[in-house]
Design a protein around this ligand. Structure first.
Ligand SMILES: Nc1nc2c(ncn2[C@@H]2O[C@H](COP(=O)(O)OP(=O)(O)O)[C@@H](O)[C@H]2O)c(=O)[nH]1
Ligand SMILES: Nc1ncnc2c1ncn2[C@@H]1O[C@H](COP(=O)(O)OP(=O)(O)O)[C@@H](O)[C@H]1O
Length: 206
């Protein structure tokens, strides 16, 4: 039987660089999948349906919600976002670790469910001033959208202590090394022997 994959939660205020960091780390960590969320927000230039998000209408989102197809969902910055329960379950069953890029509300839902084991990581910008520079520098959002995201940032930052790990995305290389280290360390926990068998110390010393 294949050993089930692990769930990782990554949250950050918008503009902290979570997407950039994730893309970098996912290039060189194998057996790791990104959970493609459903959202009612419009695609940004350069985003692809089914890759960055599944872009759906409010009606489609509500229909999925009514069928209990979301592991968690939340309204974030005025749009709906949700994680597909069957998609995540399938990847975990195949022994693939799954990263959920979700907001602080979604993270609280998952970590509050004691039947689900997830490792949580918060990505913080070095300062709120730098966060604003990055949001503006990204060049994908209207002034109104930027203001909504900045307005929510302080509250989101106050949730950082609820996470097991904190990664400060100041220098991208350093942040990527730190995130990789977290993933690798969590995979290496002693109780996660591939066979599921306890270690036979006697056999090791013969
Ligand atoms: N709860 C929840 N939050 C999500 C999900 N997908 C994305 N988000 C969060 O929604 C927020 C907005 O994401 P996005 O629209 O891509 O904007 P960005 O953060 O400015 O790049 C971020 O905090 C994401 O982590 C999801 O499936 N569930
Ligand atoms: N460590 C960093 N230093 C400087 N700029 C960064 C860093 N990480 C990301 N960025 C830039 O900040 C902007 C926001 O990054 P993005 O990954 O879209 O953030 P998020 O997914 O958290 O909303 C992008 O223009 C990105 O290139």
């Amino acid at each position: 039987m294949t050993k089930s994959g692990q769930l990782f939660i990554l949250s950050a205020p918008s503009g902290a660089g979570k997407t950039t960091l994730l893309k970098k780390v996912m290039r060189d960590v194998e057996r790791l999948a990104f959970s493609v969320s459903h959202t009612t927000r419009s695609p940004r230039p350069g985003e692809t349906d089914g890759v960055d998000y599944h872009f759906v209408s409010v009606d489609e989102f509500e229909a999925m919600r009514e069928q209990n197809l979301f592991l968690e969902w939340a309204e974030v910055h005025g749009n709906f976002y949700g994680t597909s329960r069957p998609a995540v379950a399938k990847q975990l069953e195949q022994g693939v670790d799954v990263i959920l890029d979700i907001d602080v509300q979604g993270a609280a839902i998952i970590t509050g469910d004691k039947s689900v084991h997830a490792v949580s990581v918060f990505v913080a910008p070095p300062s709120l001033a730098e966060l604003e520079r990055r949001l503006r520098g990204r060049g994908t959002d209207s002034e109104e959208t930027i203001m909504v995201r900045l307005g929510n940032a302080a509250k989101e930052m106050s949730c950082a202590d609820d996470y097991e790990y904190l990664v400060i995305n100041d220098n991208l290389e350093v942040a990527a090394t730190t995130l990789r280290a977290v993933l690798i360390a969590e995979r290496s926990r002693g109780h996660r022997l591939p066979s599921g068998e306890p270690i036979n110390l006697g056999a090791l010393t013969k």
